[in-house]
Design a protein around this ligand. Structure first.
Ligand SMILES: NC(=O)c1ccc[n+]([C@@H]2O[C@H](COP(=O)([O-])OP(=O)(O)OC[C@H]3O[C@@H](n4cnc5c(N)ncnc54)[C@H](OP(=O)(O)O)[C@@H]3O)[C@@H](O)[C@H]2O)c1
Length: 338
């Protein structure tokens, strides 16, 4: 098939650059253009400040960045948005009203009942909310969201446990990477030789978005922290299950877990969305964040602390599975589901 055209908003940011990296060689999608703020307008990605591992291919590296203007965004099949939430809140509804389909990372509208908040392996059926969104808002386009990065990683690891044993409550402590705060996020002098036990708004997002994605109302207690790691959020998770479990059965359920993206063999779908490691000191961000090309989460230290009390650690790449990669997978699903 001809490759579908996509446009990236916020292409110079940390999530935007991941979009560029993942889309530059995508088998179905072709980057038709990109936009950012006035600061980057007229520059190339390299001039604006490329910071990822490998540079983009020349045809993308030399593409000019446009200043975002909703009336000048070209007709494309999908728009991927990596804009700050306050900008997205203004721009994304205007684009949807003009007939564009926007897949967005920003936190605005994530809890609106007519907006799909999708992790493709968990709740692909929620993409159908787009029909309601169009009808209720009178839009010819639409907005699809993904949960925040910490929530996406956590929810993938919880889904097989919820399905098999039920969940009464969870306690979570996160150790979140610097890239989760964006390019101008945490000042280096604040984080080198340090850890910060608070991330504004993050704990509330984990609670509300987990309930929405998993369609469950178990108790959620969470502390989110920032640590001096570049990429990869690590989360220590304690789960009180409804039914008792064997550790070996939990490991097996996590390892066997698959969803619609795997069934449909979508290009960005990892073969196994959850990889389980048996070494006592894994997962680790530097060693494990690229599991499944950054699209798998890695679970380790699976332990039974007492009857119905499970503990484990989960790691995921926050700008791939936690952001750009998850939205690209959702777009692939939309192509297949027409
Ligand atoms: N980082 C993560 O792990 C992560 C995970 C999940 C969700 N998110 C969400 O994804 C979004 C992007 O995050 P990020 O970490 O990539 O942020 P970032 O590094 O700060 O990048 C922000 C991008 O938005 C552009 N921008 C800012 N103001 C603009 C405006 N007025 N008009 C047009 N473009 C504008 C910036 O362009 P200039 O370079 O030209 O200023 C830049 O390209 C945020 O909503 C964030 O909450 C991030």
């Amino acid at each position: 098939m001809d490759r579908l055209k996509v446009y990236i908003l916020g292409a110079t940011g940390l999530v935007g650059q991941r979009y560029v990296q993942l889309l530059a060689r995508h088998p179905w999608f072709e980057i038709a253009g990109m936009a950012a703020s006035e600061r980057s307008a007229g520059k190339t990605l390299l001039q604006a400040g490329w910071i990822l591992e490998e540079p983009p291919p020349p045809e993308i590296a030399e593409m000019g960045i446009e200043k975002l203007d909703v009336d000048r965004v070209p007709r494309v099949d999908f728009i991927f948005s990596a804009l700050p939430s306050e900008v997205a809140a203004r721009v994304e509804p205007q684009l949807a009203a003009r007939g564009h389909t926007v897949l967005s990372n920003a936190s605005n509208m994530r809890l609106d009942p007519d907006v799909p908040l999708v992790v493709p392996e968990i709740n692909p059926e929620d993409l159908k909310l787009l029909e309601r969104q169009r009808a209720e808002r009178g839009w010819s386009g639409g907005v699809v969201k993904k949960p925040n990065c910490t929530t996406t990683i956590l929810n993938l690891s919880l889904k097989p446990i919820l399905d098999e044993w039920g969940i009464e409550r969870i306690h979570v402590v996160t150790m979140q990477a610097l890239s989760g705060a964006g390019y101008r996020g945490v000042p280096s002098v604040a984080i080198i030789d340090n850890a910060i036990p608070y991330i504004k708004g993050e704990e509330e997002k984990v609670v509300l978005e987990t309930r929405r994605v998993l369609k469950a109302d178990f108790e959620i207690y969470v502390t989110t922290t920032r640590v001096p790691v570049l990429d990869g959020h690590l989360e220590a998770v304690y789960v009180d299950t409804k039914k008792d479990f064997d550790v070996s059965a939990v490991v097996s359920a996590l390892s066997r877990f698959k969803g619609l993206p795997q069934e449909l063999k979508l290009p960005s779908a990892p073969e196994r969305p959850i990889e389980v490691r048996s070494e006592i000191d894994r997962p680790q961000p530097r060693l494990d964040r690229w599991a499944g090309r950054g699209m798998a989460v890695v679970v380790g230290r699976v332990r039974k602390l007492a009857p119905r009390k499970l503990a484990f650690v989960v790691l995921g790449h926050n700008t791939v599975r936690g952001a750009a990669g998850n939205s690209i997978l959702a777009a692939e699903l939309m192509v297949k589901m027409k």
